[in-house]
Design a protein around this ligand. Structure first.
Ligand SMILES: C[S@@+](CC[C@H](N)C(=O)[O-])C[C@H]1O[C@@H](n2cnc3c(N)ncnc32)[C@H](O)[C@@H]1O
Length: 410
């Protein structure tokens, strides 16, 4: 017979747990979250349960189970390693008409614990014919869909308003945050950057208005003004606007300018940080941006203005003197000048460099070089933006990691 699913409101009610092992360790926190007053009967407990006991959240009777322990309980969990003890606990509970969950024998158990999960106020509970792994798998799929917005649990709640500046991550659609994905699923209008993860845009429902910010005409700074106007105009019409950007909105993403423009217009703005390509792309290429004993600092630099250009505010001599990792964005077209500047200002021409194009995407590729060879290698390999240039000894660490992996992992 299929079980009858019920949500027990255990606040302040006594629950007896017999057994102090791994099963009890999993069950007790959920009972406490539901407000239950938990009594645990067992000669010994795991360290995790011991912590709960030490903080006074669980009452521990340090002894074996004895008849009468079920008295006053609303619910009983029999989860010892001994079948005869679990049988005795279940028999006492049954005689007293108390629901008992047996961990060792689903067929002999009066009640089953479903695989459960929670996303905000939505609770998910799954049973699968007594197969806990299957139930957990289904629960994970549902909880995942609720979290990423594929299943919209918020449909009947107040719709978000204004503008959300959402960091889409470096390109792989799996690297946007859960919050970012949820807001994207609720958008009426999406204004997307050139580097915003394209795959996420394909998932938008057909009634969502998609504006490609890369195609807004007027040249660089005027285009930004036009984008600000679009955000404000749509939000004023009561539409929820998601401004989807590559990486993090505030790392060379002009998120600050858009935020100021919206604030001036009285439009509420939510900021959802993103995983910046500055850290994620080196990581995807196997290069740690810091490494103990090698580099204890990393500098993230936009090279949209070349070194030596009067408009540049970058302290190139300072960067050349430092031993930290340099992460250069928008640098591919100016790589020759950059490498020459760093060498002229004091970095060794032998400093390792790696250039990573299309990081985290299926087309990702990397070119390894040194400061003296990088310009030539980038040209020979035909590297195109978007790319990240990593300068420093950490590149060698990445190569060492790769070598060890290739040797050891088939
Ligand atoms: C205008 S900046 C935006 C940075 C973004 N806000 C971030 O946090 O990643 C664009 C530059 O980021 C770098 N970039 C972004 N995504 C990249 C990727 N998937 N692979 C390599 N470089 C990337 C390139 O240097 C590109 O020219």
């Amino acid at each position: 017979m299929a079980p009858y699913l019920l949500g027990l409101r255990l606040d302040g009610r006594r629950v007896l747990v017999v057994g102090g092992g791994r099963v009890a360790q999993r069950r007790v926190p959920a009972l406490l979250d539901a407000g239950a007053s938990v009594t645990l009967v067992s000669p010994s407990v795991t360290p995790a349960l011991d912590d709960l006991i030490a903080t006074g959240r669980v009452t521990w009777e340090r002894r074996p189970y004895q008849v009468g322990d079920c008295d006053g309980a609303w619910l009983v969990h029999a989860c010892t390693d001994h079948r005869d003890v679990n049988t005795a606990v279940a028999a006492e509970a049954e005689a007293k008409r108390i629901w008992c969950v047996r961990a060792d024998d689903k067929d002999a158990s009066a009640a089953w614990t479903p695989a459960s999960g929670r996303v905000d106020e939505v609770g998910v509970a799954v049973t699968a014919g007594g197969d806990p792994r299957r139930a957990a798998g289904i629960r994970d799929a549902i909880v995942g869909a609720l979290r990423d917005g594929t299943v919209d649990a918020r449909r009947h709640r107040t719709k978000p308003v204004g503008v959300a500046l959402v960091g889409g991550g470096p390109g792989d659609p799996g690297l946007i945050t859960v919050r970012g994905r949820q807001l994207l699923a609720q958008a009426d209008v999406v204004v997307a950057d050139r580097l915003a993860p394209r795959a996420l845009l394909d998932e938008l429902s057909p009634d969502v208005e998609l504006i490609d910010a890369a195609k807004v005409p007027y040249g660089r700074s005027l285009a930004q003004e036009k984008i600000n106007e679009l955000l404000i105009e749509h939000a004023r019409k009561g539409r929820f606007v998601v401004r989807l950007k590559g990486g993090d909105p505030f790392v060379f993403g002009r998120g600050g300018e858009e935020m100021i423009a919206c604030a001036r217009a009285g439009i509420p703005v939510t900021v959802v940080p993103g995983i910046t390509s500055a850290v994620a792309v080196p990581g995807a290429a196997g290069v740690p941006v810091t490494h103990r004993g090698v580099s204890q600092e990393f500098h993230v630099i936009s090279v949209h203005v070349a070194p030596g250009d009067p408009a540049s505010t970058v302290d190139w001599p300072g960067l050349a003197r430092s031993t930290g990792t340099l992460i250069l964005l928008m640098a591919v077209e100016r790589i020759k000048e950059i490498a020459e500047t760093l060498v002229r200002d004091g970095r060794s021409p032998e400093t390792p460099v790696m250039v990573v194009q299309d990081g985290t995407l299926p087309t990702q590729r990397a070119v390894a070089a040194t400061l003296s060879t990088v310009a030539e290698r980038v040209t020979a390999a035909g590297v195109r933006p978007p790319a990240i240039v990593i300068v420093g000894e950490v590149v060698k660490v990445g190569q060492e990691i790769e070598m060890v992996r290739a040797e050891r992992i088939p």
